[in-house]
Design a protein around this ligand. Structure first.
Ligand SMILES: [Zn+2]
Ligand SMILES: [Zn+2]
Length: 219
């Protein structure tokens, strides 16, 4: 049998590993991270300033990861077909099938594959469990907010405010320039790495994109 472009097209039962329908499913998987983080902060003797600073570093670190994973992992064209077949299931499939509601959020496979990798540098440079806990708390809260924002972007058409801005920014990436505007919660890292395309400001979401929203006016 001929193989499809992405693994989750051939193995729909794997969707629950690669993706989630909404951020609520993910809550169960980030909860242990929050529990561990808060417990390690409570048991440590770090000052409030150190704690807030570490938390803030964790938040900024996530915003960078959000950009880096989207640009350099999800949108990289890997020469190995098996790797593209597997990794494409995490995001390129979402580009291809923007109306597939099963994949608006990451699955727990992503959380548990990525978390050990992204926190390992901090384990090496900080000996204090409290600092590590505050970092992971900042990182995982920012990550969860990112998932909620991506869900809202695909939920309904927003007319004003922050979600309207980021919705246009993201749909411009979806529809017009998949090599630009990788940020999902802000354009900060696109500006830094030169992938910011301000034409999203005058872009109007197409009818088909609007139709793909969970709450569109479709009948
Ligand atoms: Zn999207
Ligand atoms: Zn993308």
């Amino acid at each position: 049998m001929k193989r499809s472009q992405f693994m989750i097209q051939d193995r729909p039962e794997l969707v629950k590993y690669f993706a989630s329908k909404n951020p609520g499913h993910l809550f169960l998987f980030v909860l242990p991270l929050w529990y561990f983080s808060i417990k390690s902060i409570a048991n440590s003797d770090i000052s409030a300033v150190t704690m807030f600073f570490s938390f803030f570093v964790g938040v900024i670190y996530w915003t960078f990861l959000e950009y880096a994973i989207h640009r350099w992992v999800y949108h990289t064209h890997f020469k190995t077909r098996t790797l593209s077949y597997f990794l494409g299931s995490f995001h390129l499939y979402h580009h291809k099938e923007v109306g597939d509601r099963r994949v608006y959020n990451s699955g727990f496979l992503m959380i548990y594959l990525v978390t050990p990798v992204v926190i390992s540098p901090f384990i090496l440079i900080t000996g204090k469990l409290g600092i590590l806990g505050a970092l992971i708390l900042g990182l995982s809260i920012a990550y969860f907010i990112y998932e909620c924002v991506h869900f809202l972007i695909h939920y309904k058409k927003f007319q004003s405010g922050y979600i309207a801005y980021i919705q246009n920014y993201h749909f411009y990436h979806h529809e017009k320039a998949s090599n630009k505007n990788f940020g999902n919660t802000s354009h900060l890292w696109d500006l830094i790495f030169g992938t910011y395309d301000e034409r999203y400001k005058v872009y109007k979401m197409s009818g088909s994109s609007e139709f793909s929203l969970i709450r569109s006016d479709k009948v």
